[in-house]
Design a protein around this ligand. Structure first.
Ligand SMILES: [Zn+2]
Length: 446
């Protein structure tokens, strides 16, 4: 095989070994929700454009983790913990977090350590990067230091932790992006103030953000001086406020106790967001009748909003009303044909309705657009298996394990796929990619 691939396999392997030695929990869990990601992309777009980055290539993804962190692992993903998202009070605060991470990307702070893992765009690469992120978030990112396995240093330093010089550059450039995009720079110091004093805490008590982005009083002082000197009149942006309320409303409804949400429906910002939150809260109670009634009112209010239909589809599907779920997702997919998460939901509903052959269309469309979805890969494997395509089922199962940072499991299924798929075909090569990464890891472990 090509040298580049071998090197990549080796790099991933060395990363995996010390992770395996420090990690129990496995990879970070991504919250993949079409509505949340769309709203995040609406908020990120002006920031990324001001940074000279393409909103189409840099994605903001949510990790389910109560601690506060935001980080990059390559030049095309910004990860934000749900714990940090729920602490944001304004759109400008959230956009400041994105601006700071965008500045790390634009300044090439990742490219410099990219030899470590430049291929988070491969499924194994991203899986390993997310496993490293989980190690850092759990405070175990340092434990891997000095194992002498070819990767010097810790998960924290290699993947996510920035130097103080990089931090001040990311702050000043991030503030410039905010200014250029006409956003309120005050959000920047509001975010840093959340972490005020954390540098005095022991590592174990810090939020991972304080470990990956060294904080200092100097940093806060510099940001506040910049804002004081330059902050002018900032026009309130009702669109940004709306998308922020939608993120905060949906994420909290999914993560907090249903009662908490139901008690606070009047603080949802708009009537449609209130209905969306009510539907989620009843769904999680669970009270399917009330959840579906709220979702029905939501789609009546926003008939052309694909994410309203997507939520209604999810509630119907998880309430085991399969034909109705298929119809709801079909409507969502008609309204947003390019949305991979909606396609994945449509495929899942078809599968649940006993139509694996029909499910293959939307599921493969989803896979082609976005491989970072473990639930979709699991559904796709089932659809392949039920339609007699054992080789493809083994391949996407291997890819799912790789995405989850479980390379030994991935290897078993990838080898099986290699044996079943036509030699030299595109799926065969995908299976080979997983085999390389996983075999190199196994060799290193011996
Ligand atoms: Zn930083």
């Amino acid at each position: 095989m090509q040298r580049r691939e071998r090197q990549l396999g080796h790099l991933i392997a060395t990363a995996v070994i010390w992770l395996a030695m420090t990690l129990q929990a496995g990879a970070a869990t991504l919250i993949r929700d079409a509505d949340l990601e769309h709203a995040l992309s609406e908020l990120a777009r002006p920031v990324l454009q001001a940074a000279g980055l393409s909103p189409n290539t840099v994605r903001v993804l949510i990790i389910q983790d109560d601690t506060m962190n935001a980080f990059i692992v390559d030049n095309s993903h910004i990860f934000i913990h749900s714990g940090l998202l729920l602490r944001m009070k304004t759109a400008a605060m959230l956009q400041s977090v994105i601006a700071h991470e965008a500045a790390h990307i634009a300044n090439g702070h990742m490219a410099r350590r990219a030899q470590n893992l430049q291929r988070a765009n491969t499924i194994s690469g991203l899986g390993v990067a997310l496993a490293a992120a989980a190690a850092v978030a759990s405070g175990r990112g340092d434990a891997a230091a000095g194992l002498g396995l070819g990767v010097r240093g810790s998960a924290q330093r290699i993947f996510m932790s920035h130097t103080r010089a990089e931090e001040s550059a990311a702050d000043s450039d991030g503030l410039r992006y905010m200014e250029r995009a006409g956003l309120d720079t005050q959000g920047f110091s509001d975010v840093l103030n959340i972490f005020r004093g954390q540098e005095m805490l022991s590592q174990g008590r810090q939020d991972p953000y304080a470990r990956t982005h060294p904080l200092s009083r100097d940093r806060l002082r510099a940001v506040e001086a910049y804002i004081q000197a330059r902050r002018g009149e900032v026009k309130p942006d009702p669109d940004a406020a709306y998308w922020f309320a939608r993120i905060d409303g949906k994420l909290s409804a999914f993560l907090r106790a249903p009662r908490w949400t139901l008690d606070r429906l009047d603080r949802s910002g708009t009537a449609d967001i209130a209905l969306m939150r009510e539907a989620v809260a009843w769904h999680r109670t669970p009270d399917p009748a009330r959840a579906i009634a709220a979702a029905d009112r939501l789609v009546a209010m926003r008939p052309n909003d694909p994410f309203a239909h997507d939520l209604r589809g999810q509630i119907l599907l998880e309430s085991r009303q399969f034909p109705a779920a298929v119809a709801a997702y079909r409507k969502a997919a008609d309204l947003a044909p390019r949305d991979a998460l909606i396609q994945a939901g449509y495929g899942r509903a078809l599968l649940a309705a006993g139509q694996p052959k029909a499910a293959l269309g939307p599921l493969t469309a989803a896979r082609d657009r976005d491989f970072r979805n473990a639930a979709m890969l699991r559904d796709l494997a089932v659809a392949y298996a039920k339609t007699g395509q054992e080789g493809m089922a083994a391949l996407v199962t291997a890819e799912r394990f790789a995405l989850q940072g479980r390379l030994p499991d991935a290897l078993i299924h990838a080898n099986r796929a290699v044996g079943l798929l036509p030699r030299g075909s595109a799926p065969f090569n995908r299976a080979q990619d997983v085999v390389f990464a996983a075999e190199a890891a196994a060799k290193q472990r011996r």
